[in-house]
Design a protein around this ligand. Structure first.
Ligand SMILES: Nc1ncnc2c1ncn2[C@@H]1O[C@H](COP(=O)(O)OP(=O)(O)OP(=O)(O)O)[C@@H](O)[C@H]1O
Ligand SMILES: [Mg+2]
Length: 464
């Protein structure tokens, strides 16, 4: 039944206002009625007592029949209430309305008056609400009659009814106003949410250019901000993905073209033995390059999907670094680069050695690609509090400042010549982060680039 925010809020406001107004008005009416009743009763009781004590002090007759009319004349005019003088047996001797017929009265009330008490009774006589107060008339301490005052409560009830009617009108207005306030409030929530829902549906449908207008700077406004951010992020990733796919296709086409070219040449034959050798060597190289690219791509998507688990063990860092550097040394020589290693002995990390090697090879690969012949590439380690930092520094072309923040995010390739598929650094960063470490790049164009890989140490480093 309460399916929308609007109906829930309006319903709650309505019920709350209804309960509050109902409770307050009921308490008020009951209070007013009791106050007036107590007042009336007080007046009648005083009246009856006054008549009683007057009789005892100034009349004092044993025969009540003789003084009944005089008593009535003396006291009936004081109030608007009907006054009666009655014998203890119940015979009405005098009545301010002149009606001497006996009136029904509950026994208890009557008995108490005859026993000498001032008694009050409230009830209905002939369908009319009345209040009756009876007081004994005494002579020398003996009850010789009863004086009785009786008033209709109809005017009081009338007034209460009038009051009730006005309170109901005011209460209804208050409840309606509260419901209206709830509706207005609900609209400030529900409307923007509806707008956001429609926009989110369009985003889900693939329209990533949708932006949600923001009306208030509240929770709903922040939701709009978040969704807008999400949409722009999705759009950015979408563009990057497209660029990546087209550049990857381009990358894959280069080796494929040369393989195809050589295959055609060899097929057209007859090739010389020299041509055979050259052709097959190039086909071999290009196939390796293709395999490597595909391997990297697969690795990257597995890392992204979180389906790669590290095979970590305590690994001695110096040995691993020497291993990598000696593996890369021949290529450095071929390129005319000076590759040096400056390891610190006795450092142990809890890492997957194969993955760590992959990171270092990738970093060295970049340095080799972007450093001209004659340049220097350096691998250094520094140990700090509980962590070790491996730096790969080169004297290459550097990265322009505008590209620096984007380098290492997925699929980003720089403008520099020899830029590849743009996943090398992203892959490195993922692997380092899986190890609980982080990767930082510093670079100044024309001077060189240094990539820092920080990893937590497995054991505290003992120096000296
Ligand atoms: N040492 C470096 N010197 C200068 N520029 C660099 C260096 N390392 C990375 N870059 C820049 O950062 C970009 C991203 O590097 P990344 O290793 O992620 O991709 P890539 O080397 O282009 O391709 P891949 O490594 O996937 O073959 C490079 O294209 C290049 O522009
Ligand atoms: Mg690279």
């Amino acid at each position: 039944m309460f399916q929308s925010i609007r109906s829930r809020l309006v319903g709650t406001y309505f019920l709350l206002a209804l309960l509050t107004v109902g409770l307050v008005e009921t308490l008020f009416l009951v209070g007013v009625r009791q106050y007036y009743l107590a007042n009336i009763r007080e007046i009648l009781e005083q009246q009856a007592k006054l008549a009683g004590s007057f009789y005892e002090q100034y009349v004092g007759q044993e025969q009540i029949e003789r003084s009944a009319s005089a008593l009535l004349e003396g006291f009936a005019g004081i109030t608007a209430a009907r006054m009666q003088v009655i014998t203890p047996e119940g015979t009405v001797l005098a009545d301010s309305l002149g009606d001497l017929s006996p009136l029904f009265m509950p026994d208890d009330h009557w008995r108490r008056a005859v026993a000498g008490e001032v008694a009050a009774w409230q009830g209905k006589l002939e369908k009319e609400p009345v209040l009756v107060v009876s007081a004994p008339l005494k002579t020398n301490g003996a009850v010789v009659g009863v004086v009785r005052y009786m008033t209709s409560l109809e005017p009081l009830e009338e007034m209460i009814r009038g009051l009730l009617f006005r309170l109901l009108l005011a209460g209804t207005a208050i409840v309606l106003l509260a419901a209206l306030a709830g509706l207005l409030l609900a609209n400030t929530i529900a409307r923007p949410v509806e707008v956001i829902t429609r926009a989110a549906a369009r985003i889900a449908g693939g329209d990533l250019n949708v932006r949600i207008p923001k009306r208030y700077n509240d929770e709903v406004g922040r939701l709009a901000d978040t969704l807008n951010h999400m949409a722009s992020e999705l759009g950015r990733l979408d563009r990057l993905k497209n660029e990546f796919v087209s550049s990857i296709s381009h990358e894959l086409r280069t080796p494929l073209t040369s393989i195809k070219g050589w295959v055609v040449t060899l097929l057209q034959g007859p090739p010389s033995p020299g041509e055979w050798r050259q052709g097959l060597r190039i086909i071999d190289q290009e196939t390796d390059r293709l395999t490597e690219m595909v391997e990297e791509l697969l690795d990257f998507s597995r890392l992204q999907a979180g389906s790669i688990t590290l095979r970590r063990k305590e690994t001695e860092l110096a040995g691993l670094l020497e291993n990598v550097v000696s593996q890369m040394l021949p290529r450095a020589r071929r390129l005319g680069l000076k590759l040096t290693l400056e390891p610190v002995a006795g450092l142990t990390v809890f890492a997957d050695p194969d993955r760590l090697k992959q990171v270092l090879i990738n970093l060295l690969d970049n340095s080799f690609k972007f450093t001209p012949a004659g340049g220097k590439v350096e691998v250094r380690t520094t140990a700090g509090k509980g962590q070790v930092t491996i730096a790969v520094a080169d004297e290459g072309c550097g990265i322009p400042p505008d590209e620096l923040p984007l380098v290492g995010t997925r699929f980003f390739q720089g403008r520099a010549a020899k830029s590849g598929s743009g996943i090398g650094l992203a892959l490195c960063r993922e692997i380092v982060q899986l190890h609980g470490g982080h990767l930082k790049i510093e670079s100044s164009p024309g001077v060189g680039t240094t990539v820092y890989v920080s990893l937590p140490l497995a054991k505290p480093h003992i120096t000296g």
